[in-house]
Ligand binder design. Structure first.
Ligand code: NDP
Length: 272
């Protein structure tokens, strides 16, 4: 029987992960099956236990279960432990290994796919939810000059600053706190784009040579990306590359083989 994997979330029907992992499996000749698993909002643990008892080997975890997956893991990678959020589970004997591949996916998309080095850059990270939490350490490990965290509810950004400021120079505040400052890379990790909203950003925040990155993706550029372009950001990108790169990291954890991401990113862009 093929090894079995899935993405678990609620809702889950929209997930592109089954398509991505099917493409990886075909490309690398892996005999595996990958499905989408809907868990009731109060039923994460029993759904995972059931999947595992039927021989499931691993899960990707998406909204709203990343924190529960963190608590459910018996072992954690360093990046998942520090982020306190898990997006990948691997089942081996009695062990449940929790990892977080979101940050590695984002960093790889920015540096390798988009060709924008992070070291010595001024970065503004918008948002202080699960996605932001997962990417802070991998970003800081690339040695930016500064990582500023801006959030609508500033105390959440402050809490993240406290959690991570031993790993690099980190500041925090609400969006207007950064008025008068300019950033080389501005990353939108809020869920505002999901609702076609634009956080209220100060004028002049985008460096004219800079990159604006929205973790959200879709057929059209988000309002944030359009605003960044009008404000002079030289490069804009949505989160499709991050989605495929974080999936490739999970695939590697499970199968110990690195898939080619470029053709899968191109395939997804053509069907979205
Ligand atoms: P969470 O619900 O955990 O966090 C949401 C964040 O967005 C909070 O910081 C919240 O601020 C902020 N926010 C929501 N609405 C607004 C608004 N109108 N204006 C300003 N701020 C707002 O979500 P996640 O962190 O899990 O996800 C964030 C985004 O990242 C989603 O769009 C998700 O799809 C995307 N994502 C993409 C991935 C990829 O691979 N491309 C991977 C993971 C996530 P407050 O604290 O004030 O409520």
């Amino acid at each position: 029987m093929n090894d079995s994997y899935a993405v678990i979330g609620n809702p889950i029907a929209h997930s592109k992960s089954p398509l991505i992992h099917a493409a990886f499996a075909q490309q690398t000749n892996q005999s595996m099956h990958y499905a989408a698993l809907l868990a009731p909002l109060d039923g994460f643990q029993p759904t995972v236990e059931n999947f595992r008892s039927q021989g499931g080997k691993g899960l990707n975890v998406t909204v709203p279960f990343k924190l529960e997956a963190y608590r459910f893991s018996t072992h954690l990678t360093e990046r998942a432990s520090i982020a306190q959020a898990v997006n990948t589970l691997k089942f081996e004997r009695d062990e449940i290994l929790g990892d977080n591949t979101d940050g590695a996916g984002l960093v790889r998309d920015i540096e390798t796919n988009l060709g924008v080095p992070i070291d010595n850059k001024r970065i503004l990270l918008m948002g202080a939810g699960g996605a932001a939490r997962g990417v802070i350490l991998p970003l800081l490990q690339k040695k930016p000059a500064l990582l500023s965290i801006a959030n609508r509810t500033p105390h959440k950004a402050e809490a993240l600053q406290k959690l991570f400021d031993t790993y690099g120079k980190v500041t925090s505040g609400d969006f207007m706190h950064f008025s008068g400052e300019t950033f080389d890379i501005v990353i939108n990790a809020t869920s505002a784009s999901l609702h076609d909203e634009l956080p209220e950003l100060p004028i002049g925040i985008f460096a004219q040579t800079g990159l604006a990155y929205d973790m959200m993706y879709g057929r059209e550029p988000t309002r944030f990306l359009k605003f960044a372009q009008q404000s002079g950001a030289r490069k804009i990108a949505d989160g499709i590359g991050m989605l495929v790169e974080q999936a490739a990291e999970s695939f590697y954890l499970w199968r110990n083989i690195k898939p080619e991401t470029k053709p899968v990113i191109a395939m997804l862009k053509s069907i979205i």
